[in-house]
Design a protein around this ligand. Structure first.
Ligand SMILES: [Zn+2]
Length: 100
């Protein structure tokens, strides 16, 4: 593995662990980092901010400051959050998957 890619992985793992290492909505905890998304609690801020910061190999202090505005979600629940937030959720409450 290239040094840069290796460092990126380390930084990403650290970021995931900083936010508790599991999805706050469903409790999913795994070593597979690709499962996780960083979700900004303030919807005015872009969710993509963390990814590029890690890609840019930014300082941990800077990354941590940004992480503190975020919660850790798995990809599924990240999508669900945005669907609820964007109010375009197609209700599937009859299936029991989501609260009505
Ligand atoms: Zn989840």
């Amino acid at each position: 593995m290239q040094q840069r890619a290796k460092h990126r992985r380390v930084l990403e793992k650290k970021a995931v662990e900083h936010l508790g290492g599991q999805c706050i909505d469903c409790g999913m905890g795994t070593d597979i980092l690709a499962v996780y998304d960083f979700h900004h609690m303030n919807s005015d801020e872009k969710d993509t901010a963390i990814g590029p910061m890690i890609d840019d190999n930014c300082k941990w202090e800077r990354l941590r400051a940004e992480l503190d505005k975020c919660v850790l979600l798995c990809a599924n629940y990240h999508r669900i959050r945005h669907a609820l937030q964007d109010d375009d959720l197609i209700h599937i409450s009859s299936s029991g998957l989501l609260p009505g």
